[in-house]
Every structure is written in C-alpha cells, then in structure tokens.
Design a protein around this ligand. Structure first.
Ligand code: MN
Length: 508
C-alpha cells in the first residue's frame, strides 16, 4: 500500500519504551542462592530482550528481597516515563505481604511471568539444593494470592521462558502496554460536535479521561477553515503531484479539477492543525462543514494511513480506539481502520456484512493500489468529494467498539473472516466484506444486545488477545463475541458484569 511517508507512529514510541523485569525472593536463602537467582533472572530477561517478536526492550532491574526495596522499585516504575510495564517473576518463594504496599502503588501494567529456570527436572542430580533454588511452582502461587487478594489487574503467563506461546503472550501484552502508554499523551480533536440526535457516539468525556486517559476537545470548523485557507498554491501543486504518483488515477483530468485541489487544501490544513495542536486522533461531522467545500474524505483516509485515529460524525471513542489499535499494530502486517457495518448480504448459508463508510476507510487495509476518484455524495449538500476506492485483503479481522454504558465503558470484540468481495461497479467507496463469528445471526444479536456501536475500529493486524490485555490495563469491561458465544450465557455474563462494575467502583 503506498503511503505518504509521514507516519506519526514510528519506532520512537517503541524505542523509547522499556519493560522492567524484576525477580521476587527473600533473605532466607543466603547470598549464594540470591546470586544464582540474579544470574538466572539476567539470563531470562536478556533472552526476552533479544527476541525479535517482543517489540520493546526488557530491562532487568533487581532481585527484590524486602518490602522496602519492592515499594521503592515499583514507585520508581510509576515515575519513570520510559517504563511502560513491569514483569515479575518468582524464582524462589517471596512472602507476599512484602508486596502489598508496592502492588497497591503500582500504576503501570503488570505481567506475572510464572516460569521456571529449568525446563526439565534433572532426575539424576536433583537434590535439596536444587529444590531450594527452583521454587517457582509454589513461589508463583504466593505472589498470585497476594495480587488476587488486592484485586490487582495483571496478565499471567505460565510456561517455560523459551516456550513460543509464552513469548507470543508477552509480545502481545507489550504491544498493549505501548498503546496504554500512548493514551496518556493522546489528545483527540473534534471538528464540530456530534451528529445531531445520535446516541452511541455521545458519552462522558470526563469519565473517559479518568478511565481511558485521553483528552477530547471540540474546535470550531472555522479554525480548521482558517488553516486550509492559509495553504499556498505551490503546496497544493506538490501534494496533487504526490497523489498522481501514489494512486491509480483512471481519469487524469481530475488532478487538475477543483475537487482534487480542494481535497489537497483540506488535507494540508487539517495536517497543520493536528500537528500544531499535538493531536493523534480526530473526528469530523458532515452536518458541520461551514466553509469547507467538500466532506474531508481523501484527507481523512491519508491521515489515518499516517497513524491518526479517526471517528466520523463526532465519534471520539472510536477515533481514540482506532489510534490505540494503530499503535498496537505498528510493524505487523495488515492494518486498522475506522469502519461501519453498512449493509447485509442475507443469502441463506452464505450471509456476510459489507463494511464501508461514506468515504473514510483507511487504505492500510487495501489489497492493492487504491484508485483516486471523485464522485457526488448524496448526503451533506457539498461539492463532490475525492476519495480512495479499494477492497480489503482477505483473512482474519476484528471489529472492536467502545461504548459508554453510563456507569462504565464497555469494549466489544468480534473476530471476523474477511472474504473476497464481488465487483461493485456502481459503488465508488472503499469496502470490506466479512463473515462475523460465530455466524451473522448470533453475532448481530449479541452485538445489539450488548449495545455495540454501528461504528467500529476494524483491524487485520491486532486480534482479541491484544484488545483483552489493553482493556484489562484500562480496567474496562470486555464483551467477547466469538466462535464460542452462546447468547443465553452472554446475557447472564452481562448481568453479572452490571453488578461487578457497580460494586467494584464504589461511587465515582
Ligand atoms: Mn457513520
């Protein structure tokens, strides 16, 4: 997929992040054992650090043997901007009362790696010295009780440290931790307000910041128009040439038209506004385009491809979610886009969902080179907007949505199978055809029962595992609609969740 090369998610986010590896023990064992514990910890953390699947540095910190050192180190983790998470391993037994203050203080994501230094029991040589050192099997349980007793959110990974499944789990969690760190500096700009009358795109922005960290602020479209009008003709000439180089343009005359030149002007103005304001996600609303000649389509598509989160019709929750999923997926194959369940194909035995939007689908999910086109839009009463038209590549995908339930935020996840889409010569928008799991009827009933939005963040890069880790870090509810979903069970689960989130949060 051709890109503008201006990606705002770059390796800096990953290069500047560290995960701290700590090992719990106690003084009971004597210096010799503690030295061995340290050597083994260094070996495990170095091995994880050197693994190409784990996208951030894993740094060994220390073997912790007292309540004071645990509290001091976990406080340091909180205050160090580079630290995006902590991996704790119990090589020996580390009495969990020592961990209470530290774990209560810790605000960074926590992973309990329940591993053991030796993969196999050395049957011929095992003696009491060996037993004295290799105590993860019960040391990890003591730590587990401590964390569970404190109701501490954490990820548990169990198995040998060279086991590929364990490494995959750690890599997935690390990507979610980078996205979590990114929410702490995420600012969402809203050009205009919500689409009038729509409920699901509304929500409590103060609660969103308290729970999901990012800030959301509205701006008059006039401020954006001012930026667009300040764009010079030479800048527009250059950008239109870039469009011609990057995309398939069947009708070359459009590159000279005001439709494309206006689209370039909107892109340059929007980009300047977002860069100057330090924004990483934004929303638009087709009901509020005063002074803009056309609905921003091409501009939104290209900004999304550069790493910005986006939500249409004022949908700031989806904009933030698209941004987080783009951060998580950096360097992976596939892509992440704003999406909407648009139209059903209800042929018996072969039902599917056509996902699209008026214009705003990210070309990072395209199967081939997008085509640049200009067509009328039957909504909004503006000039014909420019857009990239393409079809998504087939394979596994995921639809995710975050909604505001009033007393909590709920994340919905639904894996889908993206299938080949027949040609639609009269529909000039980017689109995706998918079969949701477990099947369209169950998925649609479950999604609607759970109140999921018509807008989603759609990804062919990240899956439910990334999103579950991310939701756990945020402390929000997750509703999974997947191959095992049974509607009667899901209905009960959501009723229990209602109680859990009401009772666990107290009065907020
Ligand atoms: Mn929409």
């Amino acid at each position: 997929m051709p890109t503008s090369g201006k990606n705002i998610i770059n390796m800096d986010i990953y290069n500047n992040s560290e995960i701290w590896f700590i090992c719990g023990s106690q003084h009971l064992y004597g210096e010799d054992v503690l030295k061995k514990v340290e050597q083994n910890s260094i070996q495990i953390s170095s091995s994880l650090n050197g693994n190409k699947h784990i996208p951030v540095k894993i740094i060994f910190k220390e073997v912790l043997t007292s309540a004071d050192s645990i509290t001091a180190l976990l406080s340091k983790a909180n205050n160090d901007d580079r630290c995006i998470g902590v991996i704790a391993w119990m090589h020996t037994f580390s009495p969990a009362k020592m961990w209470i203050n530290g774990l209560n203080l810790l605000r960074k994501p926590l992973l309990h790696f329940h591993t053991q230094f030796n993969r196999d029991i050395p049957w011929e040589t095992i003696d009491m010295d060996f037993m004295n050192l290799n105590q993860s099997a019960h040391g990890g349980r003591e730590f587990g009780f401590g964390a569970s007793r404190l109701r501490k959110e954490r990820k548990i990974v169990a198995g040998h440290w060279e086991d590929e499944e364990c490494i995959t789990d750690i890599a997935i969690w690390a990507r979610a931790a980078v996205a979590f760190a990114d929410t702490l500096t995420m600012n969402v700009a809203r050009f205009g307000d919500n689409m009038r009358g729509v409920a699901v795109t509304e929500g409590d922005k103060v609660a969103a910041q308290a729970v999901m960290n990012y800030t959301v602020n509205g701006y008059g479209v006039g401020d954006l128009v001012k930026k667009c009008n300040a764009v010079g003709d030479d800048q527009i000439d250059r950008l239109v040439r870039e469009y011609g180089d990057l995309y398939d343009v069947k009708d070359g005359s459009i590159l000279k038209s005001d439709f494309i030149r206006d689209a370039a002007k909107i892109e340059l103005g929007m980009r300047a506004f977002l860069e100057e304001g330090g924004f990483s996600a934004f929303t638009t609303n087709f009901e509020d385009l005063h002074g803009l000649p056309q609905l921003p389509g091409l501009a939104v598509q290209r900004l999304m491809a550069d790493g910005y989160g986006f939500g249409a019709e004022g949908d700031w929750k989806t904009a933030a979610l698209v941004r987080s999923m783009k951060v998580m997926s950096y360097g992976l194959s596939g892509g992440t886009s704003f999406m909407e369940d648009y139209t059903y194909h209800l042929e018996p035995g072969n039902s599917a969902v056509l996902g699209a939007h008026m214009l705003e689908v990210c070309p990072c999910i395209s199967s081939d080179s997008p085509s640049l086109e200009v067509h009328p839009l039957s909504i909004g009463g503006k000039d014909d907007p420019a857009r990239l038209v393409f079809k998504a590549h087939s394979g596994n995908g995921l639809n995710a949505s975050v909604i505001d339930m009033g007393n909590r935020f709920r994340m919905l996840l639904n894996p889908v199978e993206v299938i080949e889409c027949p040609d639609m010569p009269k529909l000039p928008v980017a689109s995706v055809l998918w079969k949701p799991l477990p099947d369209l009827k169950t998925s649609a009933k479950a999604w609607i029962m759970a109140g999921g939005a018509h807008h989603t963040s759609f990804s062919t890069s990240v899956d439910s595992r990334h999103m579950e880790d991310f939701a756990s870090m945020l402390g929000i509810e997750v509703v999974n609609i997947d191959k095992d979903t049974k509607l009667s069970e899901l209905e009960k689960e959501m009723k229990w969740n209602e109680l859990y989130f009401h009772l666990s949060k107290g009065i907020v």
